[in-house]
Design a protein around this ligand. Structure first.
Ligand code: HEM
Length: 261
């Protein structure tokens, strides 16, 4: 598989010459801990960008790399290619940091670079990572299943923002645990091929959750979602996607090279 050897790109430490170990440790923590703020920023290149000379475009992309180094101690950012799979957008940048203001500062500075000024932001989703709400009440067997190691080096990324209905939030915790157990039972067959991460967005965005997935098996992902659409909890999904983002996970240099072509 072409991208198997490519760990999801850590923009932070690929280009950082100092603080390498620290940046790496921070990234691991930022991707794992609760209380981390995430921003999903989606951009589309303007028509002018494609008329700029390829050499100048290639130079502009180095601004992005420099900026990533500058912010290396504050945040970690991953870039994904949406171009071709979306008519609305070309790139997605997923940022994690301990303060939402860092995410904003990075994006504002990025938009001011020779690269960023040619890109229009078409979406921004904000969320925070939290401790598990339902899993602690699941049976031990299911808890053990959930420890199945997720796939590494996946080719695709999928992001689905979700808004629940008012009834979900007024339903008792016990009834929600039952529904989330049913949700989880429908997913265990996909633990080996789908990696997931959940962000809570109520009050920080129009959404309640931003769900993030990595997989190399889009047919599994399609079956997984079809299965989840059949459980009771789905009746409480007022908005599911719209927009849903599908893209590929590639090294930063490859994405920038594609955008400079
Ligand atoms: C391998 C696939 C999946 C697994 C193993 C899985 C498992 C889980 C688990 C265990 C929880 C409860 C977390 C907690 O205790 O707080 C959860 C929550 C959630 N999942 Fe999934 N899930 C998967 C796929 C999906 C998909 C495809 C979607 C929708 C696109 C989704 C949407 C959600 C949402 C919105 C929540 C939060 C519900 C809430 O806190 O009210 N999940 N999932």
């Amino acid at each position: 598989m072409r991208y198997l050897s490519t760990v999801i790109l850590s923009l932070t430490f690929v280009f950082s010459t100092v603080g390498h170990v620290k940046a790496e440790a921070d990234r691991e923590k930022l991707l794992k801990e609760a209380g981390v703020y995430a921003t999903f920023a989606v951009f589309k290149a303007s028509e002018q960008w494609w008329h700029v000379e390829p050499h100048t475009r290639a130079l502009a992309t180095t601004d992005v790399k420099k900026l990533l180094t500058t912010y290396g101690d504050k945040l970690t950012a991953d870039m994904y290619l949406l171009r071709g799979l979306s008519e609305r957008a070309d790139i997605l940048i997923r940022i994690h940091s301990k303060e939402m203001v860092h995410n904003q500062n990075f994006l504002v500075d990025m938009m001011a670079t020779g690269f960023g000024k040619y890109f229009t932001q078409v979406n921004a989703f904000n969320g925070i990572t939290k401790a598990l709400n339902y899993v602690p009440n699941f049976p031990d067997e299911l808890k053990t299943e959930l420890k199945t190691p997720p796939p590494q080096g996946s080719t695709y990324v999928v992001v689905v923002p979700i808004q629940k209905d008012a009834e979900w939030w007024t339903t008792s915790q016990d009834a929600r645990i039952r529904m989330m157990k049913e949700h989880t039972d429908a997913t265990v067959a996909y633990l080996k091929t789908v990696k997931r991460k959940l962000y809570h967005s109520s009050g920080l965005d129009d959404w309640d959750f931003i769900t993030y997935f990595e997989t190399s098996e889009l047919s599994d992902f399609n079956n997984l979602v079809t299965g989840l659409l059949q459980v009771k909890e789905n009746r409480h999904n007022r908005t599911f996607g719209s927009p849903l983002l599908l893209g590929t996970i590639r090294p930063l240099d490859e994405i920038l090279e594609i955008l400079a072509r």
